[in-house]
Write a protein that binds this ligand. Structure first.
Ligand SMILES: NC(=O)c1ccc[n+]([C@@H]2O[C@H](COP(=O)([O-])OP(=O)(O)OC[C@H]3O[C@@H](n4cnc5c(N)ncnc54)[C@H](OP(=O)(O)O)[C@@H]3O)[C@@H](O)[C@H]2O)c1
Length: 255
């Protein structure tokens, strides 16, 4: 398996780490020389698997699968001069670059897909959205997470939008832990408790058969969960979470 990565940034570092940790046999990964430090660090950590190409064209020439993880402002301009033979499998990570545009620029190919991995790919956990649901792509991405194959460009855009809530979610954990500290608990205990608590809630929700609102409303009347939910609903605290998803969706809808 020969994988190439153009744009060696945060997400490439995570995905390459995940592949290297997956135990896949006969794996060869070539990364672009930018970012220099990240590329060198990956090579240093996995010298048998990861090499650093001299330039982006060399990444393509030495790979069967090419992952493109460039920033959206410059992606088209960087891809423009590169030669992608039709047999190269093209995996796009750029949120705003459409598969239609890639076809226009680089021609038709059998395997051309959009994927949305997250930085948890380094630990080989978490969802990886795959569109279109090409079995070979789904299989490949299963080495770095749980593939979520979807049928339409709109579906991948919707799921990609929700990934925009990650920082807000971490900030929510941060302020809750901060509140615990302000009231006299040490940070380590608060963090251990809150992360275990939110993980258990997610696991319960994942396995729950009914509508999730049933879980939300299953509480002692007048109890502490009732107090918190009533207060937050009165303050309309949930609306901003979905309100911001509308402009995010607009930004990431591509086709
Ligand atoms: N971060 C995530 O969780 C995530 C998840 C899914 C998808 N994505 C998408 O993946 C893309 C990359 O995101 P990122 O977070 O990894 O950003 P990033 O860390 O800024 O990575 C972009 C990389 O592109 C490199 N680059 C700049 N010019 C280049 C060139 N001419 N040739 C080759 N590489 C070049 C940059 O190197 P220098 O540092 O030297 O400029 C940088 O390492 C974005 O489109 C983003 O939407 C990100």
């Amino acid at each position: 398996m020969r994988l190439g990565f153009i744009g060696t940034g945060i997400i490439t570092t995570a995905v390459v780490t995940g592949f290297c940790e997956s135990g896949m046999e006969d794996l060869h990964i070539v990364v672009s020389p930018r970012n220099r430090e990240r590329a060198a660090a990956l090579h240093e950590k996995y010298p048998q698997v990861v090499s650093v190409a001299a330039d982006n064209q060399e990444v393509i020439d030495r790979s069967d699968w090419v992952f493109v993880a460039l920033l959206h402002e410059t992606a088209e301009q960087i891809l423009e001069p590169l030669v992608f033979l039709p047999e190269k499998k093209f995996i796009n990570l750029v949120a705003t670059l459409s598969l239609r545009r890639i076809r226009e620029m680089k021609g038709e190919r059998e395997i051309l897909a959009d994927v949305v991995p997250l930085t948890f790919a380094a630990n080989r956990v978490g969802p990886v959205v795959v569109y279109p649901p090409i079995p070979e792509v789904v299989e490949l991405m299963s080495h770095v997470g749980t593939p979520v194959p979807v049928q339409t460009a709109q579906q991948i855009a919707i799921l990609r939008s929700t990934t925009g809530l990650m920082s807000a979610y971490y900030m929510l954990l941060t302020v809750i832990i901060g509140w615990c500290e302000k009231n006299g608990l040490d940070e380590a205990t608060a963090r251990q408790y809150i992360t275990s608590f939110t993980k258990a809630m997610s696991e319960k929700a994942a396995g729950f058969d009914g509508p999730l609102e049933e879980l939300a409303r299953e509480m002692t009347p007048g109890g502490i969960n009732w107090m918190a939910l009533t207060h937050l609903e009165k303050a309309d605290a949930y609306t901003p979470w979905t309100e911001i998803l509308d402009p995010i969706l607009k930004k990431v809808v591509k086709e």
